[in-house]
Design a protein around this ligand. Sequence first.
Ligand SMILES: [Zn+2]
Length: 165
Amino acid sequence: MQRALSDLQAKAARGRATIELRAKAAQARRRSLPLQLPMPRRGVRFDRHGLERLIAAFGINDPVQIQWATDFRKAETSGTHTWTNDRRHVIKVRPNASAAAVNVVVLHEISHAAQSEEFGSPQAWRAAYAEAKQSGGSYLHNRYEREAREIEYEFGDDFRLAVAV
Ligand SMILES: [Zn+2]
């Protein structure tokens, strides 16, 4: 009886441990999910470690998904950032760019992800960006684009975000 009881207790303890471990594993998965990368393409692959470092350096909280663009209409568009209403940073990159170009584009778009979170919600960010675009006179000259370009120039060499393969 004593034996059966201790067996039962041990089993219960193991059960709890399993549940705790499962919860921990789920948590770790959630933590490692925030960055989703596309398959390597045209001689370029993304550097998960470099991107994680950059995301942490900018203090970005919401998940980041990087995708190869299939829907860029304008020839001059090399990348876009959208903070979706369900709070994902979706970054699209032109697929036929060199690794060096992809590096710069991703740094630029991640800068927008960092800027956007300052506003607390995707709606507030879109409103602030539209306002800046109007008062800045154009897409290129609004304060958020200027800041993102400054970050490109300043940190372009410090982060390895895309690698030639
Ligand atoms: Zn931009």
